[in-house]
Design a protein around this ligand. Structure first.
Ligand code: FES
Length: 164
């Protein structure tokens, strides 16, 4: 309980310092949200209320922004984030099948994180390397010309990895 409280206080400190960095800029909402996500991996709902208290931006406007832009997440991600490109080239090259193979092997659905918090599979727009379609990234590292077989192998390897 004490540990959880300490962790949440630390998160609040991080949010406060990010907001302060942008405090005197107009149109600060998106940069603040981007920095919080960069720092925490997602945007906790209480962050929206905290930003609102500190900046005066209405919390429902902030909620509107995070739900409108697909770049923002309201849930924590797993230790390993797999992004599956669903841009046109990757879609034509079988992105749906790759995503299904990854999710089946990981035992999760797209956009979700397993209960062990290890793997998240999410859909993204073009990753900018269409000649390698279908493309995924694993914690930011690009894997091109994916196949369902490679996807299964990848999940097997990730499951074997020791936890941090
Ligand atoms: S469409 Fe997938 S990398 Fe461009």
């Amino acid at each position: 309980m004490e540990e959880k409280r300490a962790a949440s206080v630390k998160i609040e400190d991080k949010i406060d310092s990010i907001v302060k960095r942008h405090a005197d800029k107009r149109g600060a909402a998106i940069p603040i949200l981007q920095d919080i996500q960069k720092e925490l991996g997602y945007i906790p709902k209480f962050a929206l209320y905290r930003i609102s208290q500190l900046t005066g931006i209405n919390s429902s406007d902030l909620f509107g922004i995070v739900t409108f832009y697909s770049q923002f997440r309201l849930k924590p991600i797993g230790e390993v984030l797999i992004q599956v490109c669903h841009g046109t080239a990757c879609h034509l090259a079988g992105a749906d099948e790759i995503a299904s193979a990854l999710c089946r092997a990981a035992g999760i659905t797209e956009g979700e994180t397993g209960p062990d918090g290890k793997i998240t599979v999410e859909k993204v727009a073009c990753l900018g390397c269409c000649s390698l379609a279908p493309v995924i990234t694993v914690n930011g590292e690009t894997h091109g010309r994916m196949t369902q077989e490679k996807a299964k192998e990848l999940i097997k390897e990730i499951k074997k990895m020791p936890r941090d």
